[in-house]
Design a protein around this ligand. Structure first.
Ligand code: NOJ
Length: 549
């Protein structure tokens, strides 16, 4: 039966259409160790990325976010930084970073680097000094050192748990083996948390930001932007399995109001370099309203919308999340920042069910996301429709969460497998050597080479969508409205444009909303003879269609 797609505007939710490249930008996340390897050590590097930048320019993205490539013992894939002003030899040199930024700019791509201010590596000179100098030393005040509880200080200072599982505290030992104070690490023990009440910490990070801004980067993705400030007195939480509360409630270590003063000061610093340098918050906040606080006019420019990422494949839930997100960001005049996958979560092809249905849904979700008002992030390999690798042998895994078991699901290696570029054998053009995680055999068919030029491929779908997104003035930042649609279907209206998403496992027949521009599945449009302005379209199961109206 044909259902109605009434052309009535039901809500006007987007914020004002103001300037700023990031408001509509499509930003591509490069997970540095898994994108392209130039020297054959099986680990991606900056030169490899630079060689592949033309691919990204051609794909049609506006900017590239590079995950941390700074000097690091790699206890957490580089999110444990030992020197924020040096490039890790695994990934190249400072001059490679310089070349990469210059080449990206020549190609019209902006570059965002990943700054990790919540914690350093335990090999950072500050932490080494703090350990060496012992209890009471000023160097310890840059971190959170505390005496333990219990008769002999044998119990941690409070009940906080690490996001990676286990206690968030590790006890230190003096040179003679005598146990001493404990230090806080919300992630791995190799990632001690910095104390942002210490003025030196604030000054040092401003200097680090300037260092990279002077090198020409266009902004920062701010790791754990919700975590730098801890509640005074480090109060107990009073329950276990605290990781389950992250993003669901304000915790004494996450989403404290005090973090906003830091972001405000960083915004001033960014603005002192002109209006085009941006800050992007990786912030897990319990509600859209609290997330919007990070993108107030005097704070950061973007904050990843994880509520969209974690939303089920269900039209009603998606609409609720989209409405809440748009409303919250509009209330502070910011764009919404959509994201479906990144290096910390199971790839959305797999999250949406895996196999053929998972891929169909992932393609449809991508078209929906790219049709929504605001900016969008694309995680490397999602444009190839890559699934999560679920059968990695334990001996090749590197995610510290896997070894500490329990939290952040412990399986983040499965979305970090190096991406396939070409050829019929691993490492599929990733580099001249091997690849640090094994790639599945089936990835031969998913390589950039295999998909290029095939109009049914996911890569060509992304390419077409990104071209259209640039051409159509109604897309990106700007107003949107919902059109009436049957249950299980979403119909998004933008100026001169409609996007219809069918989340059901069966086709749905709708009145033709306009001229089809792009579809994730073949369409059957039925036009009654001699009446070209009317007709119906059968939108296949798990599909999305873009229309010009
Ligand atoms: C978030 C990063 O995305 C993740 O990969 C890392 O493990 C944690 N922050 C800790 O830095």
């Amino acid at each position: 039966m044909t259902q109605d797609l009434a052309p009535t505007v039901r809500e006007q939710t987007a914020g004002p259409h103001t300037q700023g490249w990031w408001r509509s930008a499509v930003i591509y996340q490069v997970y540095v160790r898994s994108f392209a390897d130039s020297d054959g050590d099986g680990i991606g590097d900056l030169r490899g990325i630079r060689e592949r930048l033309p691919y990204l320019a051609e794909l049609g993205v506006d900017a590239v976010w590079l995950t941390p490539f700074f000097a690091s013992p790699q206890a957490d894939g580089g999110y444990d930084v030992a020197d924020y002003r040096a490039v890790d030899p695994l990934f190249g040199s400072l001059s490679d970073a310089d070349d990469l930024v210059r080449t990206a700019h020549e190609l019209g791509l902006k570059v965002i680097v990943d700054i990790v201010p919540n914690h350093t590596s335990d090999q950072h000179v500050w932490f080494r000094a703090a350990l060496d100098e012992g209890a009471g030393a000023a160097s310890r005040d840059r971190y959170h050192f505390r005496p333990g509880q219990g008769e002999h200080g044998e119990l941690p200072p409070n009940d906080w748990e690490s996001v990676f599982g286990g206690p968030a505290w590790t006890r230190t030992c003096g040179p003679d083996g005598t146990p001493g104070e404990w230090y806080l690490h919300l992630f791995a023990p190799e990632q001690p948390d910095l104390n942002w009440d210490n003025e030196e910490v604030r000054e040092e990070f401003e200097s680090i930001l300037r260092f990279w801004l002077d090198l020409g980067v266009d902004g920062f993705r701010i790791d754990v932007a919700h975590g730098m400030v801890k509640a005074a007195g480090l109060p107990d939480i009073g329950r276990s399995e605290q990781a389950k509360l992250i993003g669901a409630q304000v915790l004494p270590f996450f989403d404290q109001d005090g973090v906003h003063a830091i972001h405000r000061s960083w915004r001033k610093l960014l603005d002192s370099y002109g209006s085009d340098r941006i800050g992007v918050a990786e912030a897990w906040a319990p509600t859209s309203e609290r997330l919007a606080l990070y993108v107030r006019p005097d704070e950061l420019h973007q904050a990843f919308n994880f509520q969209f990422l974690t939303c089920d494949w269900d039209a009603g839930s998606m609409r609720t999340v989209i409405d809440a997100s748009l409303e919250a960001t509009a209330s502070v005049g910011a764009p919404t920042t959509w994201v479906l996958s990144n290096h910390d979560v199971v790839r959305h092809t797999t999250r949406y069910g895996g196999g053929e249905p998972g891929l169909r849904r992932a393609r449809a979700a991508a078209l929906l996301m790219l049709a929504l008002p605001g900016s969008t992030y694309v995680y490397q390999g999602e444009e190839l429709g890559l699934p999560e690798v679920l059968d990695l042998p334990d001996e090749v895994r590197q995610d510290p969460a896997f070894f500490r078991a329990g939290s952040q699901d412990g399986t983040r290696d499965g979305c970090r497998v190096p991406i396939p570029w070409s050829g019929d054998r691993a490492p599929y053009g990733f580099g001249p050597g091997g690849s640090w995680l094994p790639q599945p055999e089936a990835w031969q068919e998913l390589s950039v080479e295999a998909q290029s030029g095939d109009p049914r491929s996911t890569l060509e779908l992304y390419r077409s969508a990104l071209v259209l997104r640039r051409e159509l003035p109604g897309l990106g930042d700007g107003p949107m409205a919902w059109l009436d649609a049957p249950e299980g279907v979403l119909a998004v209206s933008r100026p001169g444009f409609v996007c219809t998403l069918n989340t059901l496992d069966r086709e749905v027949e709708l009145p033709v909303p306009g001229r089809p521009l792009l579809s994730t599945s073949p369409l059957a449009i039925l036009i009654p003879e001699g009446r070209s302005a009317e007709g119906t379209v059968r939108i296949p199961a798990d599909s999305c269609v873009w229309w010009a109206v």
